[in-house]
Design a binder for this molecule. Structure first.
Ligand SMILES: Cc1ncc(C[n+]2csc(CCOP(=O)(O)OP(=O)(O)O)c2C)c(N)n1
Length: 653
């Protein structure tokens, strides 16, 4: 059965003239034991909520999973799709992609992401089991990880978090082949992975990854462990290739016709390319049919639970918001702010919003990378999640931004949870690869990123984001919100929660800002990404002022300044570029307006703003790193003031 995987991998890579045969051939025995004897799944319903999760963290070995899905009877993964491996529009892209091929749990490729996604999936499983009971939620998360996965720093963050939370239903199968692209691993690495995982609180063993009995016994033992488990499976990369096995030559290129012919002989595999002998195919299909009774039994158990509980489980798994509760919570916050306007930092406004949102949306799981008090992401009622209480809704991720962001992706992929978390905006760089993948996969995760400019003050330029808003806005399908006050903050939270097609970042201030939106407005004015906050006082505006976040108040003050000089200006708040730039041309053109001068003010770099103010517009912001000083002094020093905004406008009139 394992040779069927090997043959399909050799043949598909050869046909595509590109790809990675080494990993599928080496890990074929491990995968065969796992998929035929342990993994709980049903090809008839790849999204069955209580299925076991399998994450191929080493995504370059994608032919392993495509071969498995085909052999096990995932209908859409036909032999034709295997023949079109890596071709445009096929279900078998170079690296596995979430939402593209039934049976693929996550988009892997950037090494280390998958193992960290799996930690998030295992957290989600434990959390939902605590809420809905083992009858409904009881599955294991398996990962196949390579040397490359374990060399990446993110893996350390992930395994430390998993060990700390004692995620006993997480099992990592390490394809311990001692080879990476450059050659033997000893060129660059000498870590004893078993000891490393043990140090992080895992159970860890080392086995022969070509011995089915040993693989079976190790997985069996791992399933009874009270901790997450590592099984280091010693394998030979490219197993079966007579001259290339055990060498980096099999990692990422076709083996070539002669080597494949010789491998067929060595493996005693006589079937022609892409053909599977009927007896072996039958065995695979039987393995694929194993999970059906378990799924049917689960459906019966689900049908038997309290209808309200079932409806809530289904709502959460389907990612549906409790729309009435969300709009009521938003309206209540807005009412409060209309009655008692608040001058506060937008990070505090976010906490104020969360106090209303979190009770309304129990699927929200908060967290912070060790900056809870600074990010304001924990509501008063939120208990911490721990190995003793998986029902807690707040995760202390520790100082592990990258692992946090990837675990959040795993939770969102698992379903039933809307993860949000916190760190400083400047450390979005530490999360970026995972945020990019959330955007690529179209998953709802929400990053609260506070201390969003030089306005954070004394911590200085290491902590002051300058290029980060632009860098985040550059990621397709990511919404970057930068609300200007308390009211915009709740509106942006609502929009982030309602975005179920991709991630959002909320960039929030450390310093206080005035409440600019007065009175009660039921409509969400941020929905279009930009709106006219203050129209020109007398007739047509000579100047349009555009700003985001804390700089909107500066634009408002600049408007007054210009009025004193008989220049009429309007102020447009731009809380979300992506929403604004996606608006129809006429709406965009109307909002940009026809003033003689456009000025933008944002305490970041200019990049991206020309789409709104034009290349002839004036920009007041940053063009260097910040400095260490009190916030007000920094705004003066870097010239981000109402006077300078007004001067920039006047100079162009
Ligand atoms: C973050 C990241 N860096 C680099 C790569 C390119 N790359 C793909 S596989 C690989 C290493 C291959 O070694 P290993 O992980 O042991 O896989 P094997 O050779 O056993 O298939 C590298 C560097 C990547 N996919 N992701």
């Amino acid at each position: 059965m394992a040779n069927a995987i090997r043959a399909l991998a050799m043949d598909a890579v050869e046909q595509a003239k590109s790809g990675h045969p080494g990993l599928p051939m080496g890990a074929a025995d491990v995968a065969t034991v796992l998929f035929t004897r342990f993994l709980k799944f049903d090809p008839a319903d790849p999204a069955w909520p209580d299925r076991d999760r399998f994450v191929l963290s080493a995504g370059h070995g994608s032919m392993l999973i495509y071969a498995l899905l085909h052999l096990l009877g995932y209908e859409k993964v036909t032999i034709g799709e295997l023949k079109r491996f890596r071709q445009f529009g096929s279900l078998t892209p170079g690296h596995p992609e979430y939402g593209h091929t039934p049976g693929i749990e996550t988009t892997t490729g950037p090494l280390g992401q998958g193992i960290a996604n799996a930690v998030g999936m295992a957290i989600a499983e434990r959390h939902l089991a605590a809420l809905f009971g083992d009858d409904i939620v009881d599955h294991t998360t398996y990962v196949l990880a390579s040397d490359g996965d374990l060399m990446e720093g993110i893996s350390q963050e992930a395994i430390a978090l998993a060990g700390h939370l004692k995620l006993r239903k997480l099992i990592v199968l390490f394809d311990d082949n001692g080879i990476s692209i450059d050659g033997p691993l000893t060129l660059s690495d000498n870590v004893d992975q078993v000891k490393r995982f043990e140090a992080a609180g895992w159970t860890a063993t080392r086995i022969d990854g070509h011995d089915p009995a040993a693989i079976e016994a190790a997985i069996e033992a791992a399933k009874t462990s009270e901790r997450p488990s590592l099984i280091a499976c010693r394998t030979i990369i490219g197993y079966g290739a007579p001259t290339k096995a055990g060498s980096e030559k099999t990692h990422g290129s076709p083996l070539g016709a002669d080597e494949i012919a010789a491998a067929r002989q060595k493996l005693n595999w006589t079937a022609p390319p892409f053909e599977i002998p009927a007896a072996i195919r039958e065995q695979w299909r039987a393995a694929g049919a194993r999970g059906r009774p378990a799924r049917l039994a689960w459906l019966e158990r689900l049908a038997a639970i309290d209808p309200q509980k079932r409806a809530e489980f289904e709502r959460r798994i389907n990612g549906e918001l409790p729309a009435d509760k969300l709009s009521a919570a938003v309206a209540a916050v807005k009412q409060n702010l209309a009655e008692a306007p608040k001058e506060m930092a937008t990070r505090a406004a976010s906490e104020f919003a969360l106090e209303a949102l979190a009770p309304a949306l129990p699927e929200m799981i908060g967290g912070s990378a060790d900056l809870t008090g600074s990010n304001n992401t924990r509501t008063k009622a939120m208990k911490a999640m721990s190995a003793a209480d998986y029902g807690g809704r707040f995760i202390h991720y520790g100082v592990r931004e990258h692992g946090m962001a990837a675990a959040m992706n795993g939770m969102a992929l698992h379903g039933g949870i809307i993860p949000y978390s916190g760190t400083f905006l400047v450390f979005s760089d530490y999360c970026r690869p995972a945020i990019r993948l959330a955007a690529l996969m179209g998953r709802r995760v929400i990053h609260v990123m506070t201390h969003d400019s030089i306005g954070l003050g004394e911590d200085g330029p290491t902590h002051q984001p300058v290029e980060h808003l632009a860098a985040l806005r550059a990621i397709p399908n990511l919404k970057v919100f930068r609300p200007c006050d308390t009211v915009e903050t709740i509106e942006c939270w609502q929009l982030a929660l309602e975005t179920n097609t991709g991630p959002s970042v909320l960039a929030l201030t450390r310093q206080n800002v005035p409440q600019l939106r007065q009175g009660f407005d039921a409509a969400n004015r941020c929905i279009g990404g930009a709106y006219e906050l203050l129209p020109a006082k007398d007739g047509a505006a000579a100047v349009s002022l555009f700003a985001t976040g804390s700089e909107v108040a500066i634009a408002v003050a600049a408007q007054k300044f210009l009025a004193e000089r008989n220049v009429s200006a309007r102020v447009v708040s731009v809380p979300c570029f992506e929403l604004f730039l996606a608006a129809p041309n006429d709406r965009r053109a109307a909002l940009i307006g026809k003033a003689r001068v456009n000025v933008a003010v944002e305490a970041g770099i200019r990049q991206g703003w020309d789409a709104i103010i034009g290349s002839d517009g004036a920009f007041v912001g940053m063009s260097s790193f910040g400095a260490s000083a009190p916030s007000k002094e920094l705004y003066q020093h870097f010239g981000i003031t109402p006077e300078r905004v007004a001067e920039a406008a006047l100079a162009r009139l």
